[in-house]
Design a protein around this ligand. Structure first.
Ligand code: PLP
Length: 394
């Protein structure tokens, strides 16, 4: 394949899926895929071998769930509108509202559900609640920060919930550990358990990074089992995204040019941070580059390493994107050799929150998306052309 391209590895994907299914089997929780992190629908037949549902945040994601995944979605959006709600209704088995006002405005009547519902049932309705406790340190990803627009606070809930509400949805994790979840659950129960007898299900959201090497899977299973023992009538749902696609593939780029300015050397690539790896700039976090070392030591969630490395620390480069955004670069990385034009540079772990977030700013060509199958064969899932750029503005 010619660069640039994302390459998803089936073996690694199946390894994550098997772990997630095992957690679901042993904990009694249903674990569903959040499309916001990963929605390469051509891989859904593989997912269907391990999980049975997905979660959507928009009419299009909900439609993808129904039509491509083959099961109606668990849908949550902070902002349903009259225009999009009929499609949400058609494609969802569960619909979570962000506020009581959204619930009262859109709660479907049984008659409407039957008329609109294509999958043959009325959706179960839920409400997002905000536990005002989260151990997420990056504000951009903290849904429980003071003033957050997500979910209803305990103090604003009526003692008696509307009878049509059957579930609570709580999302307050991001790349979090089982210890984060165990501690957070104490706060969730403290604030919300008085309403549990009125509910049928509870969705603990995403951010449970159970496929990360150091994740304490046993603690997660134990924590969920403990919760189930305390509230056996509540069906537990988890909806991670990242955990499914975590470390399942990479983005392969090539060096196009090397430029120097005041002693700062930048290798310009045929990919862009802002277009193809947006979280690197947004979060920001420093991606791993195969065969190179970030300098100084990158701290996840901290500032990217912008100061030049010390003398004699190898060949140090900023890596620069091919867009016109001045800040479309990161660095430094140290390589053990001088980079040559045409040489490949591989960004590790570039499958989650990439292909769902990429854009065509500057008309820059979008990396192809490939999949390496178990038998070693390479399938090109998608290649992009001028028509894709043009048709966005048809
Ligand atoms: C409501 C909700 N559910 C699930 C997720 C998926 O989270 P992650 O990909 O971190 O597991 C998110 C991420 O922002 C979210 O906002």
């Amino acid at each position: 394949m010619t660069t640039p391209y994302y390459l998803l590895e089936e073996e690694k994907l199946r390894r994550n899926l098997a772990l997630i299914r095992d957690v679901a089997d042993r904990s009694g929780a249903e674990i569903i895929l959040a499309f916001k992190a990963f929605a390469l629908w051509k891989t859904f037949p593989i997912f269907r071998e391990y999980i049975s549902a997905t979660t959507a945040s928009s009419p299009d994601e909900a439609r993808l769930a129904l039509e491509e995944f083959g099961a109606p979605a668990h849908t949550y959006s902070p902002a349903y509108t009259e225009h999009d709600f009929p499609e949400i209704l058609r494609c969802s088995s569960h619909i979570t509202f962000n506020s009581l006002s959204q619930f009262h405005r859109f709660k479907p009547t049984p008659a409407l559900s039957v008329r609109e519902g294509q999958w043959g049932g009325a959706p179960s309705l839920g409400l997002r609640v905000n536990p005002e406790y989260s151990e997420i340190e990056t504000e951009l990803y903290n849904p429980c920060a003071p003033g957050s627009r997500f979910g209803v606070l305990a103090e604003d809930l009526p003692a008696e919930l509307p009878s049509a509400l059957e579930g609570f949805h709580i999302h307050c994790h991001c790349e979090s550990s089982a210890e984060n979840f165990a501690r957070t659950l104490v706060h969730i129960e403290e604030k919300f358990s008085r309403w549990f007898p009125q509910l049928k299900w509870i969705n603990f959201g995403g951010g449970h990074l159970m496929t990360r090497k150091d994740y304490n899977v046993e603690l997660l299973v134990e924590t969920l089992r403990g919760f189930h023992a305390r509230y056996p009538h509540l069906r537990m749902i988890l909806e991670p995204g990242s955990a499914f696609a975590w470390q399942t593939g990479h983005l392969v780029a090539s060096v196009v040019d090397v430029v120097e300015n005041h002693g700062i050397r930048t290798a310009i690539l045929d990919v862009s941070f802002t277009c193809h790896m947006p979280d690197c700039l947004e979060m920001p976090y420093t991606p791993e580059v195969r065969g190179a070392m970030a300098s100084p030591n990158p701290s996840e969630g901290g500032e990217p390493p912008f100061s030049p490395p010390s003398e004699g620390a190898g060949e140090a480069y900023r890596l620069g994107g091919n867009s016109c955004l001045s800040g479309d670069f990161m660095g430094y990385w140290q390589f053990d050799h001088e980079l040559q034009v045409g040489e490949e540079v591989i960004f590790e772990d570039m499958i989650h929150y990439t292909t769902v977030k990429t854009n065509m700013f500057n008309g820059i060509s979008h990396p192809a998306i490939g999949m390496l199958h178990l038998d070693g064969s390479l399938e090109i899932l998608r290649q992009f052309s001028y028509d894709d750029y043009r048709s966005r503005m048809d």
